[in-house]
Ligand binder design. Structure first.
Ligand code: KG4
Ligand code: ZN
Length: 333
C-alpha cells in the first residue's frame, strides 16, 4: 500500500463527481456536477446522454478537486472509481479516466462498489459511527437492511422484492405530475398534505422478516387519484404515500435492531435525504435508546467523497493499472 491521498471518481448514474480523501487529514475536497437538468426534459435518466456528459465534465472536476485539496497528481496514493453497480456506459467513463490516470501516475487503481460507498458515507461525519451498526440503504436502485460488522464485513438482512424505495418515490411523483427526479418534489408537496384524508398500507409489515415491497403503494396512489386532481388532492396523496413508506422503513429498522441486538443505525442513499424519514428514525432512536447517524444531505445522494473514502479503506485491494477495465452494471454487495 502506497502512502498518499486517494482520488475518488463517481460516474455511475447522473452525477459526475471527484473527491480527495487522506487517512490522516480526512476529506480534503469534493466536487460534483449534477446532470439533473439535462435529463429532466425526458422524465428520467437517458443513459447515452449521461455517458457523454460525464466525458464532458469529469476532467475539469478532477482538476478542481485536486486544486482545492492542494494535492499534486504525483502525490496521490491511488485512484478509486465506482466500478458498479450502475449504468454501464456511465461507469465506463469513470473506469477509463481512473485507469488512465492511475497508469500515468503509476499508482494502484481501486474499483469501488457503489453501495459499499453509500454504506460508508456516514464515516465521513463527526462523530462517525463505531462498528457494528445496522445500515438502511435507500436509493433509487436499492432498498436494503445490512448488518455492518466492520469494513468489508456485511450481512444482508433483507431487501426490496420489487421497486426500490427511491424508485417508488419517483414513479409516484410522476403519477402526481411532478418533474423528475420526483423524490424531493414529492417530499416537498407532502408538507402541504393533510393527515387522515388517504391511508395506504404499510407493505409486508404484517409478516416476519426484513423484506420490502413498494410497487403496490404506487398502484394504491393511482387508484386513489381523482380524474382531475386538485393541488390539495395531490398534496394529500403525497403525504399519505410518504407516511406509508417512512412508517414501513422505520418499522423494519426497529425489527432488525431488535433481532440483531445492534444499538446503532445509519442511513445511506438518496432517500436518506428525506426529512420525514429522518424525523421518524430520530424519534424511534430516542424512544429506544439507540443511536442514529445520518450523513449530510450532499453525502446521502451520489457523490465522490464516499468513493474516495471507500477507496482509502480498500486501498490494499488496489490493482496495478493497465489491466482490462473493470466496470459492471450488476454487482452484489
Ligand atoms: O443514492 P441516489 O442519489 O442515487 C442512486 O440511486 O444511487 O438516490 C437517488 C434517489 C432518487 O430516487 C430520488 O428521488 C431519491 O433518492 N431522493 C429522495 C429525496 N432526495 C432524493 N426521495 C425522497 N425524499 C427526498 N428528499
Ligand atoms: Zn447511489
Amino acid at each position: 500500500v502506497r502512502p498518499g491521498p486517494i482520488l475518488g471518481i463517481e460516474t455511475s448514474c447522473d452525477e459526475t463527481a471527484a473527491a480527495v480523501y487522506d487517512g490522516a487529514r480526512g476529506l480534503l475536497a469534493h466536487t460534483l456536477y449534477s446532470q439533473v437538468r439535462l435529463h429532466a426534459q425526458y422524465g428520467g435518466v437517458v443513459p447515452e446522454l449521461a455517458s457523454r456528459d460525464h466525458v464532458r465534465r469529469i476532467n475539469g472536476l478532477i482538476r478542481l478537486a485536486l486544486q482545492q485539496a492542494g494535492v499534486e497528481p504525483a502525490q496521490l496514493g491511488g485512484v478509486a472509481y465506482t466500478a458498479g453497480p450502475g449504468l454501464i456506459g456511465a461507469l465506463m467513463v469513470g473506469a477509463a479516466v481512473a485507469s488512465g490516470l492511475a497508469s500515468a501516475l503509476d499508482v494502484p487503481l481501486i474499483p469501488v462498489h457503489h453501495m459499499e460507498a453509500h454504506l460508508l458515507a456516514p464515516m465521513l461525519e463527526t462523530p462517525a459511527p463505531a462498528f457494528p451498526f445496522l445500515a438502511l440503504l435507500v436509493s433509487g436502485g436499492h432498498t436494503q437492511l445490512v448488518a455492518v460488522h466492520g469494513h468489508g464485513v456485511y450481512a444482508l438482512l433483507g431487501e426490496s422484492l420489487d421497486d426500490a424505495v427511491g424508485e417508488a418515490f419517483d414513479k409516484t411523483a410522476k403519477l402526481l405530475g411532478l418533474p423528475y427526479p420526483g423524490g424531493p418534489h414529492l417530499a416537498k408537496l407532502a408538507e402541504h398534505g393533510r393527515d387522515g384524508r388517504f391511508r395506504f398500507p404499510r407493505p409486508m409489515t404484517d409478516r416476519p422478516g426484513f423484506e420490502f415491497s413498494f410497487s403496490g403503494l404506487k398502484t394504491a396512489v393511482l387508484s386513489a387519484l381523482p380524474v382531475q386532481p386538485s393541488d390539495q388532492d395531490k398534496a394529500d396523496l403525497a403525504h399519505a404515500f410518504q407516511e406509508a413508506v417512512t412508517d414501513t422503513l422505520v418499522l423494519k429498522v426497529g425489527r432488525a435492531l431488535e433481532s440483531t441486538g445492534l444499538r446503532r443505525v445509519i442511513v445511506a442513499g438518496g432517500v436518506g435525504a428525506n426529512q420525514r424519514l429522518r424525523e421518524k428514525l430520530a424519534a424511534y432512536a430516542e424512544r429506544h435508546g439507540v443511536q442514529v447517524y445520518f450523513p449530510r444531505l450532499a453525502f446521502c445522494t451520489d457523490n465522490a467523497a464516499m468513493v474516495a473514502y471507500t477507496g482509502w479503506v480498500r486501498r490494499a485491494d488496489g490493482v496495478a493499472p493497465g489491466g482490462s477495465l473493470f466496470a459492471t452494471p450488476r454487482w452484489p454487495l
